[in-house]
Design a protein around this ligand. Structure first.
Ligand code: OOB
Length: 526
């Protein structure tokens, strides 16, 4: 059906089925199964609102019906931009049931991102929350429409509540279920096609590794549509185990701690900067965090010092998670010795996750040495959506994904993330492709050249710094004007350069390319 997707080779797919990773189940069938098993148990909590498993299944069918009434059908793409609200689940599960493909975006995305994503996927509909945190998505939708002529419908959750239940679908487990956004390192965000088979495998296996059960109560503190929050094991893993998902509108201790106490939350997932804020607040907070058993931290490297504080300060276990929306996810395991939990980013989910650690010429480095991480396996994609040229460089000829991460592997199989080779800034877990921001900066008439690099930050780990060379005759610019310009281009706030520096030249490498390494060290700037 969806042709813009690179399938696994037939023999490999057969092997994954024979091994039981791919079970031929669709999300729709999976949800029916959950409703049958867990019926009236609470599945989702949003403030005072609660959905049982049966109600979630019913609401998904109604959402599917509402989309069908709009004329959305199997294979259509639907841009979903929703915050952490209960409706996220029936809407997404409803789209899965219909066989339409949600395209996940973050609440912070703006005209540039939503416009590009809607256009690149020929999306027929855009689902947004209306006015959320004083931002008017109706206006954003008006700005996006001219950029994406395929968009026929702009809807909010309230528009989707009263459909007549839809349940007949011929979706198959090998179909693409949704498109997820890549952190990216090139000019425009790339889209990641994930199938029912591969994603459900990662969810089942993650739920088992993390020892989830129907007693698990999971707080959704990070953006719900992120791969970490969705499937590692995330909301879908928790539903798979019959547990309870509690949506949290903001990840700050002031919002999250009272919810943990009130709902007796047992686990949650954070990025390192938030984990550090929680650690600093827990000591002085009078909220009862005693129900918390597990804190997962991932998305960016957690320092060994912060890792060591989790258990003593929060009174719960730590799990490090090193994953990527393209597939591969690594976890430290509940029974790992403390040194591995504190000092590594875990080991892969699957015995069939293949790991290669190579040098710049794709030759394997000696065991234990740092190199580029390449991977393939039963839930790692073989190609981005509609991106043949990028795929030729992002994947090896034999189908390994080039993660762009620099890692070393311990004899136990655990990986330690030592750095990054991709041209990306990891701003506290939020990924920024340098080239995307550079291209926006180059659109300014006074800018001759632009280079965006990561600079170390004690809280976020990294922040962005834009180095600019202005045109000789151009009037001078201030950093504030540059930032305002990038904002006016419709880019998400997290991509707006934290710092702007004006220079006369960029340091160069031996072959005459801009040396970002030297820029980061601020060498050779005149
Ligand atoms: C997760 O997914 P993405 O797609 O936003 O970002 C993936 C990249 C990785 O390639 C790596 O560069 C970085 O984020 N990363 C980490 C890390 N976890 C992710 N770097 C160091 N230490 C870690 N623990 O970020 C993601 C997806 C699923 C689960 C968890 C995280």
């Amino acid at each position: 059906m969806l042709t813009d997707f690179t399938p696994w080779p037939d023999a490999t797919a057969q092997r994954y089925r024979a091994a039981g990773y791919w079970q031929g189940e669709t999300f729709s069938g999976w949800l029916h199964g959950l409703a049958a098993r867990f019926g009236e148990r609470v599945a989702v909590v949003d403030g005072a609102r609660r959905w049982s498993y049966a109600a979630l299944n019913e609401a998904a069918s109604r959402t599917a019906g509402a989309f069908e009434d709009l004329g959305v059908s199997r294979g259509d793409r639907v841009v979903v931009q929703l915050p952490n609200i209960g409706e996220f689940l029936p809407i997404v599960l409803g789209l899965f049931r219909l066989g339409a493909l949600p395209v996940f975006t973050l609440p912070s995305h703006r005209r540039a991102e939503i416009g590009h994503i809607a256009a690149a996927t020929d999306a027929v509909a855009y689902v947004h929350p209306g006015v959320w945190e004083r931002f008017d998505h109706h206006r954003l939708a008006d700005e996006v429409r001219p950029l994406a002529p395929s968009l026929r419908h702009v809807v909010t959750p309230a528009d989707l509540a009263d459909g007549k239940p839809f349940d007949g679908t011929d979706v198959s487990a090998g179909d693409v279920a949704f498109l997820q956004l890549s952190g990216g390192s090139t000019g425009l965000p790339k889209l990641i096609p994930r199938t029912h088979d591969d994603y459900l495998y990662s969810i089942r296996a993650s739920a088992e590794i993390c020892r989830l059960s129907s007693d698990t109560v999971y707080l959704v503190a990070l953006p719900i549509a992120h791969n970490f929050t969705m499937s590692s094991p995330g909301v879908l893993g928790v539903l798979h185990a019959g547990g309870r998902v509690v949506t949290c509108p903001a990840p700050s201790p002031a919002v999250a701690f009272p919810l943990i106490a009130a709902e007796r939350v047992t686990m949650t997932a954070l990025v390192p900067p938030l984990a550090m804020v929680w650690l600093d607040s827990a000591a002085s907070s009078d909220a009862d965090l005693s129900s918390l058993q597990l804190l997962q931290v991932g998305g960016a490297r957690l320092s060994d010092e912060a890792a060591a504080r989790v258990e003593p300060v929060l009174g719960c276990a730590l799990q490090q998670v090193f994953g990527m929306a393209e597939g591969l996810v690594n976890y430290t395991r509940p029974d790992d010795p403390p040194a591995l939990v504190v000092g590594t980013q875990g080991r892969p989910i699957s015995p069939d996750d293949e790991i290669r650690i190579v040098d710049a010429s794709d030759r394997e480095v000696p065991a234990g040495e740092v190199g580029h991480l390449l991977t393939r396996g039963p839930y790692t994609i073989r190609g981005y959506y509609r991106a043949p040229e990028h795929n030729a460089v992002a994947f090896t000829a034999d189908g390994f994904y080039r993660t762009g991460d620099l890692v070393r592997q311990l004899p136990s199989g655990h990986l330690v993330v030592e750095g990054r080779a991709k041209d990306q800034i990891n701003r506290g877990g939020e990924k920024i492709a340098a080239e995307e921001v550079e291209n926006q900066l180059l659109a300014h008439p006074a800018v001759l050249d632009a280079s965006v690099v990561a600079v170390p930050d004690p809280v976020l780990g990294e922040r962005t710094c834009a180095y600019l060379i202005l045109r000789p005759a151009a009037p001078s610019l201030t950093a504030g004007q540059v930032r305002a310009f990038v904002r006016s281009r419709g880019l998400a706030a997290y991509k707006i350069p934290d710092r702007v520096e004006f220079v006369d030249a960029f340091p160069q490498t031996a072959v005459g390319k801009i040396s970002k390494a030297r820029l980061r060290r601020r060498e050779g700037l005149s």
